[in-house]
Design a binder for this molecule. Structure first.
Ligand SMILES: N[C@@H](CCC(=O)N[C@@H](CS)C(=O)NCC(=O)O)C(=O)O
Length: 225
């Protein structure tokens, strides 16, 4: 049995963040598929979200808590700086991704690519209202990674693992591709992140390639090369 069990559906962006943290740390894990909203799911996560992490007797939900635990409980490269400001900047980015990036980028990508592919109506008003926040977000990301290459400092941290799934899939939309093209540091960050062993061959990379078959979009397919 693997050291960690992630209870989740395989296509969860937050699961991929947790898996990336475990891969970066060198901790093995397995996926235990859950049925969204089932009794078993709600026993593990009272708010019905995913992923939930299990480590022996320890059960944790909320990806920030899960990844922090993985970083602190196991040997391996630290995934957060030790100094107060560096750690605060990682926390600030995780909060920024959870509060602002995820709700806008993820929904934009779904409205723009997934809903039309499934034949559902698209919320054009949302797409319009998201344009300015998205421009701001890409500008802030570009500024953050311009110096050290990573969101915080010059090495991979949990902040990068939180942002990656959202920027990666947003980059498949025409608007995301255009914003990335206009923001070379953000594009360079994506290229670097998708070359990491913790991405290549992992669940996020597989979902990313499979996504092309669903949406047929023409954005570049990051496979780590
Ligand atoms: N605050 C949660 C958010 C997790 C979350 O929203 N996960 C999504 C999948 S990426 C989910 O559970 N979606 C199912 C739903 O909202 O019904 C965390 O950090 O773990």
């Amino acid at each position: 049995m693997a050291t960690l069990i992630f209870h989740s559906m395989a296509g969860s962006a937050y699961l991929w963040t947790a898996m990336m943290a475990a891969d970066e740390k060198g901790v093995d894990y397995e996926l235990s598929d859950l049925v969204l909203g089932s009794e078993a799911h709600l026993r593990l996560h009272p708010f019905g979200k995913m992923p939930v992490m299990q480590h022996g007797e320890v059960i944790l939900y909320e990806t920030q808590a899960i990844t922090h635990y993985i970083d602190r409980a196991f040997d391996g490269p630290p995934l957060q700086p030790a100094d107060a400001l560096g750690q605060a900047q990682v926390l600030r980015w995780i909060s920024q991704v959870n509060a602002y990036v995820f709700p806008v980028m993820n929904r934009f990508m779904k409205e723009r690519l997934v809903r039309p592919a499934w034949g559902f109506e698209v919320d054009e008003a949302f797409l319009q209202s998201a344009r300015d926040p998205l421009r701001l977000q890409i500008r802030l990301i570009g500024q953050a990674v311009a110096d050290g290459g990573y969101l915080v400092g010059d090495r991979f941290t949990l902040a990068d693992a939180f942002l990656l799934p959202h920027l990666l899939f947003f980059g498949r939309t025409p608007e995301g591709a255009a914003l990335l093209k206009a923001t070379p540091p953000a594009q360079a960050w994506l290229k670097m992140m998708t070359a990491r062993p913790s991405y290549v061959g992992g669940a996020m990379a597989q979902a990313y390639v499979a996504f092309h078959a669903l949406t047929g979009d023409s954005a570049p397919v990051w496979t780590g090369d």
